[in-house]
Write a protein that binds this ligand. Structure first.
Ligand code: NI
Length: 226
């Protein structure tokens, strides 16, 4: 499931993050990449040793975690610290699949990557190209969102970032380990939760809505791995 999560960050938050990023050191994105992806990756990443990294990263993680759509769709068990990248001057990232296991740089914990997240920090009018292309069982999707919006997709999806031919595309990216490992189960729980939300709005807490909410939690109880 590919899901657009609108307004993870306000315009003011985006402006603050962008201003801070502009004063920081960027390094070659190849530093954090496995051997297959290294052949196709050409971008810059914020140096994770820079003093601004931890506070900015924590700010993005907190914004995602308080967003109800993100919470419902990802059911996060662990978020890896959000990182930051910058594509300009033809920068691109060819077809690849993200590593299945990543290490949390703050805690050393090994984390399984179930869901990949990109939070756009540049508006679509600030650069040409730079579309995120994600392939799933329903075909190929092209994603270019407003600054402050996020896209989430299963980490097993083949994806790429098209060359940025003018301007600069700045984004934050991260992975989440979900409480529910299977993408189909996560997607079903999400759809059920969204339907319940609408039913509750239409009918209030009727006995049937309460019973159906109970079914959601029984399914979650069966499928969560802790
Ligand atoms: Ni990737």
């Amino acid at each position: 499931m590919l899901l657009h999560i609108p307004q993870v960050l306000t315009a003011t938050e985006v402006a603050h993050i962008r201003d801070t990023l502009d004063t920081q050191g960027w390094v070659d994105g190849l530093r954090t990449t496995g051997p297959q992806a290294a052949h196709v990756k050409r971008n810059l990443q914020l140096d994770t040793a820079s003093p601004a990294f931890a506070p900015l990263s924590q700010r993005i993680a907190a914004a995602l975690q308080r967003h109800p759509l993100f919470a419902s769709a990802v059911l996060p068990a662990h978020l890896l610290p959000p990182m930051f990248n910058r594509y300009e001057g033809g920068g691109q990232y060819g077809n690849h699949i993200d590593n299945a296991i990543q290490t949390d740089r703050f805690t050393g914990q090994q984390v399984r990557t179930d869901v990949s997240v990109t939070v756009f920090l540049s508006g679509p009018d600030e650069y040409d190209g730079g579309e995120l292309i994600v392939e799933d069982s329903f075909g190929t999707h092209e994603v270019k969102l407003d600054a402050g919006d996020a896209i989430i997709y299963p980490s097993t999806s083949l994806h790429r970032v098209e060359p940025v031919t003018s301007g600069a595309r700045v984004a934050s990216f991260l992975w989440a380990q979900s409480l529910v490992r299977d993408a189909w189960r996560r997607s079903m729980l999400f759809e059920l939760d969204m339907t319940l939300l609408k039913l509750r709005h239409q009918l209030g807490d009727s006995a049937e809505v309460v019973a159906l909410t109970g079914h959601y939690h029984k399914l979650l109880q069966q499928w969560v791995a802790l």
